[in-house]
Ligand binder design. Sequence first.
Ligand code: LMR
Length: 401
Amino acid sequence: MFDTLTALPSDPILGLMTKYREDTHANKIDLGVGVYKDEVGHTPILACVKKAEQHRIDTEETKVYIGPTGSANFNALLTELAFGKSNPALLANRIRTVSTPGGTGALRVAADFIVRASQLTASQKAVIWVSDPTWANHTGLFEAAGIEVKTYPYYDYDSKSLKFDEMKAALSQVGPDDVVLLHACCHNPSGMDLNEAQWDQIIEITQQQGFTPLIDMAYQGFGVGVDEDAYGVRKMAASVDNMILCSSCSKNFGLYRERIGACSIVGKDANSANVAFSVLLYVVRCIYSMPPAHGAAIVETILGSEELKQEWLAELKVMRDRINGNRSMLVNKLIEKGVKRDFGFIAQQKGMFSFLGVNSQQVERLQQEHSIYMVDSSRISIAGIGLANVDYLAESIAKIL
Ligand code: LMR
């Protein structure tokens, strides 16, 4: 049976990790996968995480199954962090959350939930609209669940800005049976976010068209701050009957390999949220039965202690400030190296990524001739830049331009 298989190319993002590891160049730079790195290129374990983990080791009493919802305490605390304590949807008991294996797990749960929630005949597929461009794995993930993926205009590669009018025009044609995926903040891969006034307009279109918004929030706290980054999530939840949120604790808690995230659904009232929740639990059981517990235990210990929460917020700010500092540092260094092209947009964008805006041959040359690794689209992970490599990076970019 396996003889019918043909080999697939490696993942456009994860494949770079292997190539980078195998490269022996002394000045190699990894701008590939979206993980935070400190000045020396290390992805540290946060101090608050270390403390919470110690607390877990000292107090954990059993490894018995946790159940499909995961930890109820984690779910409640993460729901508050995402939606805000006083969100009308939360106060009206309209939100239900399950812990998931990372943000990708949350998206897969959401995908299977969407298929079950859609009234489809045997030949029909549920439809999700994603931004053009979007995270490289969104399309494969939804298609794997049997959902048809369509795109709406989002990023203008020429002007390095948002195609906001085109985005609005496209979403104004989407019908009530479809789902629209929006990035809460730190748009991956463009770094181009909606501002509050733009979110307000998208929320109005959502209400008017009646489609279901699915918001992917993988970088809460990496843009402006945990509350600011959740503006769209919070206002959307308070404004529409149905919504799905997929969150991740990989980046903001640095818990990448612990695989912890959450999928939340907002129902039009408590009863319909309960019905939707029963479907969500069924979906979870069919995919992986129940989520891992360790990452959730760490996050709930941090969010449940005012002292650890403040420590986490301070550590998150350090990561955010370093990334924003790297953005300006690269732009200034390119000017210093005599590059005439305007890269100022990189300093304006938010979160872990921006497109450098060079073509795929130039991306290839950066990799082959300079051992600088980025996704083919020229998406760069800003956290991979540092004082020690920015000169070499800017010189190499100047050469391939
Ligand atoms: C990325 O976009 O680099 C991250 O979200 C990691 C991943 O799984 O792709």
